[in-house]
Design a protein around this ligand. Structure first.
Ligand code: C2O
Ligand code: CU
Length: 473
C-alpha cells in the first residue's frame, strides 16, 4: 500500500484575516469582525486516485488560524455554503450560551450565524469546530476544525519561541476508501480510530527546523484516537533514544512552570503546548512517535508514527525577535486554581447500555432529563467522572469552565504532572478510570453541554447539560 511517510512538508494553516474593526460603543474597546465560509474542498491525498472530498472553513482543513489579542472582542460570521447543517463551538472559550455552539442551534445550508466571543481569558490555544447534533463526528472529521490562538502581553516577557518558531500541530487520524476518497464515520457507533495519521491535514509530514527552541501547539482533533507521544532521535535500529522536552501549557493556557517529560498523553480535544530544543541535535533527524497499544485504541501498520523533524546544521540569522538563548523560565504564571473543597457535588457514570452511550443512564436525546446538574453561578463544584463502560476511553469535556484535575483513581492511578500544573477543559478518562475535577461554575448563567469527546460517542448520546443560574437573594 502507498505510504506517505515523511514525503511531504508540514502544511501550516493560513492566518485568518480581519474583515472589519470597530469600537464597542459601551466599553470603548476594539471589536474585530470576521467572516468564515463553511464550504466544500477537495484534497488529493493518494496520488493517481480520486481526491478526498472535504468540507472545511474557507476552503481549508484545518481551517485558518485565528490570532486574537486578549481584550479584543470578536464577532465571527459563519456562513454555511455546505449541503449540511452546522453549529460552531469555540472550544476553550467561556462564550455566553447563545454563542457556545449548542448542538441543536443549527446553521442550515445557505444561512449564517454571528458568534460573539469575549476573548477575555488568559492566553491559551483554543479551537473552533462543528458541534451539530448527531453529526459532529462526520463534520469535524471531514474538515470542520481549526485553531484559535489567544495571546496576552504577560506571555511576552517569558521569551518563549514566537513567529515561525511557534507552530500549530493539529493531529488527526482517518481512514480512506480504495478509490482515494475519505471513509465516512457516519455509520460507526463505537469509534473510528483511523490508520492514517495526519498533522495539519497532511499524512505523516516532515518539517525542516533550525537547531533552536520551538514552541509546538498540539491539538488532538482526531474523533476517536488518543496519542501517547514521544520524540525519538533517529539512530541505528535498536539504539533509539527518547528525548526530553518541556510541556509549558495545556487547555487553559500556560502551566505554573515547564514540566520536563519524555512522553505525553493527549486525548481528543486536549491541547498541550511543548517547547522542544533542537539545538542539541544539529544535523540529525528526530521523529515524533506514538506509543502502541497504551489504551483501548486500535493500532495499524504506521499508527506508531506521527511526523519527522529534519534539523539543520545552523540557525538562520533571522532572530524574529525571539530570545536567543535556549533557556526557559522556571515559572510561567500563577494558576487561578479553585480553592480545595471537600465532598463530591455530582457523580457521573459514563457507560454503555444496550449498545448506547449514556451518562448516568441518560442520553442527550432525552430532552426532559438531560440537565444533570444545576450549579449556582460563581460556586465551586466537585464532579466525579467515572468510566464504567469497560475497555473504552472517554475524554470528557465540560463547556464553559476551566477545571482542576484533582484525582485519578485506578487506570493510570496518578494525575500527570502536566495535568496538575494548569487548568483543563478536557480530561481523559481511561478504561475503568475515575477522575475528580473541580471548577468555578462561572462567569455566566446558562445551559451548557458536557460530553465525551470521542465524537462518535458524543453523537450517540454520551452528552448531557448543566444549567448555571444565579444564587437566589
Ligand atoms: Cu470540543 Cu462540546 O466540544
Ligand atoms: Cu466516549
Amino acid at each position: 500500500p502507498y505510504t506517505w511517510l515523511y514525503q511531504f512538508p508540514l502544511p501550516i494553516p493560513p492566518v485568518k484575516n480581519v474583515t472589519e474593526e470597530t469600537t464597542n460603543p459601551v466599553t470603548g474597546g476594539k471589536i474585530q469582525y470576521f467572516e468564515v465560509n463553511i464550504q466544500p474542498l477537495t484534497q488529493q491525498v493518494y496520488p493517481g486516485k480520486s481526491p478526498a472530498k472535504l468540507v472545511g472553513y474557507d476552503g481549508y482543513s484545518p481551517g485558518p488560524t485565528f490570532y486574537m489579542e486578549r481584550g479584543v472582542e470578536s464577532v465571527v460570521r459563519f456562513i454555511n455554503k455546505s449541503p449540511t447543517a452546522s453549529s460552531i463551538h469555540l472550544h476553550g472559550s467561556y462564550s455566553r450560551a447563545p454563542w457556545d455552539g449548542w448542538a441543536e442551534d443549527l446553521i442550515k445550508p445557505n444561512e449564517y450565524k454571528d458568534y460573539y466571543y469575549p476573548n477575555h481569558q488568559a492566553a491559551r490555544t483554543l479551537w473552533y469546530h462543528d458541534h451539530a447534533i448527531d453529526h459532529t463526528a462526520e463534520n469535524a472529521y471531514f474538515g470542520q476544525a481549526g485553531m484559535y490562538i489567544l495571546h496576552d502581553e504577560k506571555e511576552d516577557v517569558l521569551g518563549l519561541p514566537k513567529g515561525p518558531y511557534d507552530v500549530p500541530l493539529v493531529l488527526s487520524a482517518k481512514q480512506y476508501n480504495n478509490d482515494g476518497t475519505l471513509y465516512s464515520p457516519a455509520r460507526e457507533t463505537t469509534s473510528l480510530y483511523g490508520d492514517i495519521i495526519h498533522v495539519n491535514g497532511q499524512p505523516w509530514p516532515y518539517m525542516k527546523v533550525e537547531p533552536r527552541q520551538y514552541r509546538f501547539r498540539f491539538l488532538n482533533a482526531a474523533i476517536s484516537r488518543s496519542f501517547f507521544l514521544y520524540l525519538e532521535r533517529d539512530l541505528k535500529p535498536g539504539q533509539n533514544e527518547k528525548l526530553e522536552f518541556n510541556v509549558i501549557a495545556s487547555d487553559a493556557g500556560l502551566l505554573s512552570g515547564p514540566q520536563k517529560v519524555k512522553d505525553m498523553y493527549i486525548s481528543m480535544a486536549e491541547r498541550y503546548e511543548v517547547v522542544v530544543d533542537f539545538s542539541k541535535w544539529k544535523g540529525e533527524n528526530v521523529t515524533l512517535r506514538n506509543t502502541r497499544s497504551f489504551a483501548a485504541d486500535e493500532d495499524f501498520l504506521h499508527t506508531d508514527k506521527v511526523m519527522k523533524f529534519i534539523i539543520a546544521d545552523k540557525r538562520s540569522d533571522d532572530s524574529s525577535g525571539s530570545s536567543d538563548d535556549n533557556s526557559l523560565p522556571g515559572s510561567l504564571r500563577t494558576i487561578p486554581y479553585p480553592p480545595d473543597k471537600a465532598g463530591v457535588d455530582h457523580s457521573f457514570k459514563f457507560e454503555r447500555t444496550n449498545g448506547e452511550w449514556k451518562i448516568n443512564g441518560v442520553s442527550f436525546a432525552d430532552v426532559n432529563n438531560r440537565v444533570l446538574a444545576k450549579p449556582k453561578r460563581g460556586r465551586v463544584e466537585v464532579w466525579e467522572l467515572i468510566n464504567s463502560s469497560g475497555g473504552w476511553s472517554h475524554p470528557i469535556h465540560i463547556h464553559l469552565v476551566d477545571f482542576k484535575v484533582v484525582k485519578r483513581v485506578d487506570g493510570r492511578g496518578q494525575v500527570m504532572p502536566y495535568e496538575a500544573a494548569g487548568l483543563k477543559d478536557v480530561v481523559w478518562l481511561g478504561p475503568n478510570e475515575k477522575v475528580t475535577v473541580e471548577a468555578y461554575y462561572a462567569p455566566w448563567d446558562g445551559v451548557y453541554m458536557f460530553h465525551c469527546h470521542n465524537l462518535i460517542h458524543e453523537d450517540h448520546e454520551m452528552m448531557a447539560a448543566f444549567n448555571v443560574s444565579m444564587l437566589p437573594n
